[in-house]
Design a protein around this ligand. Structure first.
Ligand code: 8X3
Length: 255
């Protein structure tokens, strides 16, 4: 089987954090990248900096995803132009217990983490199948593998995305599509916890307080770049990565 030589990737969630770091990593590794996010100003700045091609789109909107798919076809060519799809878009809202859960937060998390990922995958699958050596990488979380107090809504969404990932791998192996899950634990990015805690910077800072070295967006991007850069027959199914100081969701060393 021929190796993946075209190196044409679509990366969602590219406006900040792990997504932006992934775009930088892939560009450094010689990939052509379409960077996807809602916020055009951030996307344009990233495109200027890295040479990635910006496409503003919201993965929770059917029309946006259809437009993204057409944009990728125009950019990378039809039927197999895109060979690698990297779904980073996602996020968390709230740390409420089940007893106090807000259904609108749960719905938002299900939309952005599960249905957003599903929508983009469905749109690109025909093209990825045509390619013959394609890769789909989905960013989940350790929250998709172990539940924790205050995590239920995010846990439910990430467990759902993890299940999607596993079913997809079974279904698409016959089309020679490699399906990779990267599941990070504590990653200190500019926005993830701030968004989760409704913009409360002090509360967000406390999450990382005293933790020697939380993962960075660049740490995760390095692993993503490694996984998609391997010979195509090597499928790193599920990569769980945490900082040493976070031995488990419930065991964080703070000094
Ligand atoms: C983020 C990891 O520990 O906040 O995906 O759930 S955690």
């Amino acid at each position: 089987m021929a190796e993946n030589t075209s190196k044409n990737a679509v990366v969602t969630g590219a406006s900040s954090g792990i997504g932006a770091a992934t775009v930088r990593q892939l560009r450094n590794d010689g990939w052509n990248v379409i960077a996807v996010a809602r916020r055009t100003d951030r996307l344009e700045a990233l495109a200027q900096e890295t040479g990635a091609i910006a496409c503003a789109a919201d993965v929770t909107k059917d029309d946006d995803v259809a437009r993204l798919r057409e944009f990728a076809t125009d950019t990378f060519g039809p039927a197999g132009g895109t060979d690698t799809l990297i779904n980073i878009a996602g996020g968390a809202r709230g740390v409420d217990s089940v007893a106090n859960a807000h259904e609108d937060d749960w719905e938002w998390m299900y939309q952005v983490n599960v249905l957003g990922t599903l929508r983009v995958i469905k749109a690109f699958l025909p093209e990825l199948r045509s390619h013959g050596n394609a890769t789909i990488l989905n960013l989940t979380s350790t929250a998709g593998h172990t539940a924790y107090e205050g995590g239920s809504g995010y846990n439910a969404a990430k467990f759902g995305q993890h299940a999607l990932n596993d079913a997809l791998r079974l279904e698409e192996a016959e089309h020679n599509i490699r399906v990779i899950e990267v599941a990070p634990g504590m990653v200190h990015t500019e926005e993830f916890t701030l968004n989760r805690l409704a913009g409360n910077q002090e509360a967000a800072d406390n999450v990382y307080k005293g933790v020697a070295k939380p993962l960075t967006g660049e740490d995760v991007a390095g692993v993503v770049g490694y996984a998609v850069g391997l010979a195509h027959h090597v499928n790193l199914d599920t990569i769980v990565m945490r900082p040493v100081a976070q031995a488990a969701a419930h065991k964080v060393i703070r000094r």
